[in-house]
Design a binder for this molecule. Structure first.
Ligand SMILES: Nc1ncnc2c1ncn2[C@@H]1O[C@H](COP(=O)(O)OP(=O)(O)OP(=O)(O)O)[C@@H](O)[C@H]1O
Ligand SMILES: [Mg+2]
Length: 109
């Protein structure tokens, strides 16, 4: 199956942002990609601190990044907002002290 550059670009952005968040804010995690005839389904699942206030975390510019993370060029508070913009469907399930599950769906057909 051939995916357009636009779809590949969107999938890359959401996967990259989810990956950096796992490395920055969680202990361990995995990213799963499934391709169906109609959708790319990307799940980013981690074990870690979780997100206490998802609505707040989604706000552009909100970040709890430490100085160390900021020195590496992250912490603008744009990752989750970008994921939302680049996905057709985006869901976050998170439990404080347990972890976070992002589900991103991109329509390809
Ligand atoms: N997997 C996660 N586990 C726990 N907290 C998270 C996770 N992902 C995001 N967060 C929280 O949500 C906030 C916002 O995340 P977002 O990706 O939008 O911005 P950022 O990572 O702080 O900065 P940027 O992505 O622009 O480099 C984070 O600062 C962090 O507090
Ligand atoms: Mg981020």
């Amino acid at each position: 199956m051939r995916l357009s550059n636009e779809i590949v670009r969107r999938a890359s952005v959401v996967t990259y942002e989810a990956e950096i968040n796992i490395c920055s804010y969680a202990e361990r995690g995995k990213i799963l990609l499934r391709v169906t005839p109609k959708f790319l389904i990307i799940d980013a699942i981690d074990e870690g601190q979780g997100i206490p206030d998802i609505e707040l975390a989604m706000k552009e510019g909100y970040s709890t990044a430490t100085d160390k993370i900021r020195q590496m060029g992250f912490g603008a508070g744009m990752g989750l907002a970008n994921i939302k913009n680049f996905s057709d469907t985006f869901r976050i399930i998170s439990e404080v002290g347990k972890g976070t599950h992002l589900k991103m769906i991109i329509r390809i057909n």
